[in-house]
Structure formats: structure tokens, C-alpha cells
Design a protein around this ligand. Structure first.
Ligand SMILES: NC(=O)c1ccc[n+]([C@@H]2O[C@H](COP(=O)([O-])OP(=O)(O)OC[C@H]3O[C@@H](n4cnc5c(N)ncnc54)[C@H](OP(=O)(O)O)[C@@H]3O)[C@@H](O)[C@H]2O)c1
Length: 244
């Protein structure tokens, strides 16, 4: 599955309690080439095998992200996947029109979708293996592409992911100097049947609504095919690059 990496992989999954994160964890746990998986989530998850270690994280708190990173004492992580994110929450519904914009709701989306992954990058990128292929991949979204926006709506979610994409690009430039073998990317998982997409699935055709299993398989294949030249890019589940 991850044949382009060295053997005995050490992997971090942040957001392991989510629809995509949970599925990713299960797949990695079944992969013989994976030696250990450090999982981080806000809701507690039960460890599924003895190669999985579980820790708490609230990505809206820098202290919590820093503390979470301190559980990893070696600097040889091969792959970090950030699978956190929100589209809706208690009292937060994606905007349909300009009059729906609400500063508190906007702030909440930026905190989780933009600032959270930036804080994770700050404390976790230094843990990447600096000698072999290593990857820091954050789940972004195609709707964060400014070029692709032809429908409008969902202003805060789109803006939070567009800003995330800029953070990914910026971080990739510095990381190319400090850890040249590390690849920093954003990934679009497709429209996936999870709690995040549940309220918005009715107009999606069956073929376009992916199971977490299908999406994760595709994303792992994209990660496996990544090369140094891809760092800073945003890639969809089918491996195609998405314009910012
Ligand atoms: N599903 C889709 O169709 C789709 C499409 C495009 C992009 N994406 C992106 O894919 C990513 C994962 O989405 P999903 O579908 O798996 O959604 P999900 O099932 O709702 O999972 C979201 C995850 O984010 C975590 N999270 C939220 N706030 C957090 C915080 N403050 N601290 C720590 N963790 C926090 C949740 O933790 P708790 O369980 O503890 O709340 C959960 O693990 C998101 O970035 C999303 O934007 C999804």
C-alpha cells in the first residue's frame, strides 16, 4: 500500500475519531509495513491493536497540540495525516448567502480548519524522518480552490480551506530547505459519506458519494505516488492536482 516508503513505518493520524480518520487508522493497522501508529483525537477512541497508541488533542489549543507532539520522542515519523475539520457544528450551518455571514461562526471554522493544521505543522513537521521519503498530508477540500469556485456559498468553509492551502504551500517552501525529503501536501478526499457531509448528501449521485473505505484507498495511493516535486500541491483522490 505504501511501498514507496521505507519499511517499519511510523505514522501519525490526527483526527482519528472522524469518518475518514477512523477508516484510515483501520487500513494502516492492517498493513504489514506499518510498525506503529500514533493517533490523536478529541473524542477518545479505543486502541484497535498493540501497534496503535492513542492520545488526546484539541487542535484549537496550541498547548494541546504541543503536548500531543511531545508523546513522540523519536524524530523518524514517515507519514503524518491531518484528518480533522468542520463544515457544520452546533449552531453552525454553511452560509447560503452574504446575509448569513456571522463572525463567531467564521472564527470557529478558521480555528479548526486553518489555524489548527498550522499549529500541527509547527509541532509535528520537525518529527518527520529527515533521511527518507516522508509526508505531511492535510485533508483540504476542492471547494477551497478559488479557481474552481463557480457556485458560491459556503463562504467560511471555502475561505478556511483556501487559507489552509496557502499555509500548505508556504510551509512546503521552508520545509524544502530544512527537511528536503519531506513532502507537504493538501488532499481532497472526494465527497465522502461521513458526519461532515451527511446534511448535504441529498443532491449527490450514488457514484459521487464515496465510502470512507474507497476514499482512503485512493488517498493512500496518492500519498504513495507523491514525489519531492509535488510538495506544496493540493491533490484530489484521483491523483489530479487541484489549482489553488
Ligand atoms: N466528508 C467529505 O465529503 C469531505 C469532503 C472534502 C473534504 N473533507 C475534509 O476531510 C476532513 C475529514 O472530514 P470527515 O469527513 O472525516 O469529517 P468528520 O467525520 O466530521 O471528522 C472530523 C474530525 O475532525 C475532528 N475535530 C474537529 N474539531 C476538532 C478539534 N478542535 N480538535 C481535534 N479534532 C477535531 C473531529 O473530532 P471529534 O470526533 O472528536 O469531534 C473528527 O475526528 C476534513 O478536513 C474535511 O474538511 C471531507
Amino acid at each position: 500500500m505504501l511501498s514507496s516508503f521505507k519499511n517499519d513505518l511510523q505514522i501519525c493520524v490526527i483526527g482519528a475519531s472522524g469518518g475518514i480518520g477512523r477508516c484510515l487508522l483501520k487500513k494502516l493497522d492492517n498493513d504489514q509495513s506499518v510498525k506503529s501508529i500514533y493517533t490523536f483525537s478529541r473524542k477518545e477512541i479505543s486502541p484497535i491493536s498493540n501497534k496503535v497508541k492513542t492520545f488526546h488533542i484539541d487542535i484549537t489549543s496550541e498547548d494541546s497540540v504541543k503536548k500531543a507532539s511531545s508523546h513522540i520522542t523519536n524524530q523518524s515519523i514517515d507519514l503524518i495525516v491531518v484528518a480533522t475539520g468542520i463544515l457544520h457544528d452546533d449552531g453552525i450551518v454553511p452560509e447560503k448567502r452574504i446575509s448569513d455571514l456571522n463572525p463567531m461562526n467564521m472564527q470557529k471554522l478558521y480555528e479548526v480548519n486553518t489555524i489548527g493544521p498550522a499549529m500541527i505543522a509547527k509541532y509535528f513537521i520537525p518529527l518527520l524522518d529527515s533521511t527518507e521519503k516522508s509526508v505531511f498530508a492535510v485533508l483540504s477540500a476542492r471547494v477551497g480552490s478559488i479557481k474552481d469556485n463557480s457556485l458560491g456559498g459556503w463562504t467560511s468553509y471555502r475561505a478556511s480551506k483556501a487559507a489552509l492551502n496557502m499555509i500548505i504551500k508556504t510551509i512546503s517552501i521552508e520545509t524544502a530547505r530544512t527537511i528536503p525529503n519531506a513532502i507537504i501536501v493538501g488532499l481532497h478526499p472526494g465527497t465522502v459519506d461521513t458526519n461532515l457531509s451527511k446534511p448535504f448528501q441529498k443532491n449527490i449521485s450514488k457514484e459521487k458519494l464515496f465510502s470512507p473505505n474507497y476514499s482512503v484507498e485512493k488517498l493512500l495511493s496518492v500519498i504513495n505516488n507523491l514525489e519531492a516535486k509535488d510538495s506544496g500541491g493540493i491533490f484530489a483522490w484521483d491523483g489530479k492536482q487541484i489549482d489553488y
